[in-house]
Design a protein around this ligand. Structure first.
Ligand SMILES: *[C@@H]1O[C@H](CO)[C@@H](O)[C@H](O)[C@H]1NC(C)=O
Length: 297
């Protein structure tokens, strides 16, 4: 029984032009590639499990001038459509975005070389948020448990092996962060942020975002955003905690989408041996890059 479910699930992920991604997304690739950006789009880019929903809610709050009620009127996956997502009719990023009034906030997990070219042609502003790989791996492990679309792994250890080899949806974390980091250094329209900095000093990062989006960071606006986007608020907010999706997409009984939202949970999951191996591999993968992460605060 385990074997057949494994085979069935593996078929839900496939490779398109070298990118490992969910099959329903890959089948829609022509539409994703041909996506027409608008000059006033703002693009939120992350590797999965790096604080995407958190930054999306912050940016939407900025756009809505801190109006919490307005933000709660619709689900985060409708306010900030997920570009390459295609799950039946509920989630269809390309279609959702086409029908959306400007200015749009676009979410994507695509590696830099897979982003539709129109975003570069239109010179869109982009926000890249990254998170240290040990916490990403832990978060991704729990996420794949609660989303039936993922292939199943025998253990956390097996999942981390795949993660290190880049054999998980969206491929190598190392390549993803390095290439977006390089892009941000040559393109001032790309703002590069760290999840750990958001945890350490949320006000500072919110002010940075407000300025980047060309608005005025009043104290009132900043405080409203700080409060509304705290982990507890977002976990209990039905428009951000993803409980509105059908259970076949996400099963919160297995593991909630909003799980812990902290820095350093990897210490509860990595053995000493795994940590040593991970560090050696990390050094190889990140050799020559100036990108540095905090794994604790
Ligand atoms: C999501 O929010 C609703 C409404 O506040 C709450 O009842 C529910 O427990 C939350 N779900 C999770 C999994 O956090």
């Amino acid at each position: 029984m385990m074997d057949s479910s494994k085979t069935e699930n593996i078929n839900e992920v496939c490779c398109i032009n070298g990118l490992l991604i969910y099959k329903t997304f890959a089948e829609n690739w022509d539409n994703i590639e041909a996506f027409q950006a608008r000059a006033d789009d703002i693009v939120i880019v992350t590797y999965p499990k790096s604080g995407t929903t958190w930054i999306s809610e912050i940016v939407d709050m900025i756009y809505k001038d801190g109006n919490v009620e307005k933000c709660k009127e619709d689900m985060i996956f409708n306010r900030v459509p997920f570009l390459e997502c295609k799950k039946e009719d509920i989630l269809d990023g390309v279609r959702q975005l086409k029908n959306m009034a400007s200015p749009r906030i676009v979410k994507t997990h695509l590696p830099v070389e897979y982003l539709p070219v129109s975003f570069w042609k239109e010179d869109c502003k982009m926000i890249y948020l990254c998170r240290n790989p040990k916490d990403v791996a832990v978060s991704y492990y729990y996420f794949q448990l609660m989303t039936p679309v993922h292939p199943k792994y025998a253990s956390f250890l097996e999942f981390v092996e795949k993660f290190m080899d880049g054999e998980v949806p969206y491929c190598s974390w190392y390549k993803h962060v390095k290439s977006w980091w390089e892009k941000s250094k040559s393109n001032p329209r790309v703002l590069f942020l760290f999840y750990e900095d958001l945890q350490e000093d949320i006000r500072k990062e919110i002010i940075k975002l407000i300025n980047f989006l060309g608005k005025k960071p009043s104290e009132e606006l900043v405080e409203k955003i700080v409060h509304h986007t705290s982990f507890e608020e977002m976990k209990n907010n039905p428009s951000t905690n993803y409980t509105a999706l059908p259970e076949e997409y996400m099963n919160h009984k297995v593991s909630p989408f909003m799980r812990k939202g902290c820095v350093g949970d990897w210490k509860n999951h990595f053995t000493v041996a795994l940590n040593e191996r991970f560090d050696v591999h990390y050094e190889q993968e990140m050799k020559g890059s100036t990108l540095k992460f905090k794994t604790t605060l």
